[in-house]
Design a protein around this ligand. Structure first.
Ligand code: GRF
Length: 223
């Protein structure tokens, strides 16, 4: 972004495998950014163990300390404002955000969702793909808007569901084969200023994306 390293905040709730992938890509220079904060709503998030060992600045904002969604989101917004992020990557963050929060960070806020959006919004996406007899499954990076899992899609990685894929195996394939590739790539594009949120639309290299990018669009370093 403008030739200087973008300021990246990563917001987690759990294991932090996407956080690891983002950190690896920052560390080896594929993402021209500095991770200015790892924020978790859970003090026991496994991802925090990794983040601390990696020397990343960590903040816990425990949602249980706040009486309602709006006050938690206010605390989260204050924490983020304190680190002045150019990009906020939700990475396994398991809270629904209020419209006020989303509007405050709109255009800087990315999420990764474990399905081929718009299919299977919400939770239990792998079970849903099997239940519905889907032929393909995968993950999607999208800009966050007030519509849950409904913001403009940036990149989607897909694969064919195999006869022996159960929900656990699908979750593993989605994480290892898709999420860990497409999220660092999307954040890299954003950090370079090649990906923007423009009046409600995802724009890539100056053009609105009618369809999300795909695994074929990954640069060699992200494959
Ligand atoms: C990922 O599948 C992500 O798409 C979903 O939650 C999972 C988080 O995993 N929102 P991790 O915390 O990055 O390991």
């Amino acid at each position: 972004m403008n030739g200087t390293a973008a300021r990246l905040a990563v917001v987690i709730s759990g294991r932090g495998r996407n956080l690891r992938a983002l950190h690896a890509a920052v560390a080896d220079g594929r993402i021209p950014a500095t991770i200015v904060a790892v924020i978790s709503n859970r003090a026991d998030a496994e991802g925090l163990v990794f983040a601390r060992e990696a020397g990343l600045p960590c903040v816990v904002v425990p949602h249980r300390d706040y009486p309602d969604r709006a006050s938690f989101d206010g605390a989260l917004a204050d924490t983020l404002d304190g680190v002045k992020p150019d990009i906020v990557a939700l990475a396994g963050f398991m809270r629904i955000l209020t419209e006020g929060f989303v509007r405050a960070f709109e255009g800087r806020l990315l999420n990764i969702h474990p399905s081929l959006l718009p299919r299977h919004k919400g939770l239990h996406t792998h079970e849903a793909a099997l239940r519905d007899g889907d032929v393909e499954h995968g993950a999607t990076v999208h800009f966050v808007t007030p519509q849950l899992d409904g913001g403009p899609r940036v990149i989607q990685g897909k694969f064919t569901i195999g006869a022996h894929d159960d929900a656990a195996r699908l979750a593993e394939r989605v994480m290892m084969d898709v999420e860990q590739r497409i999220y660092p790539q999307a954040v890299a594009w954003m950090a370079r200023g090649e990906l923007r949120f423009d009046q409600g639309v995802a724009a890539f290299r100056g053009r609105p994306l009618a369809e999300p990018l795909s695994l074929d669009d990954l640069e060699p370093g992200f494959r």
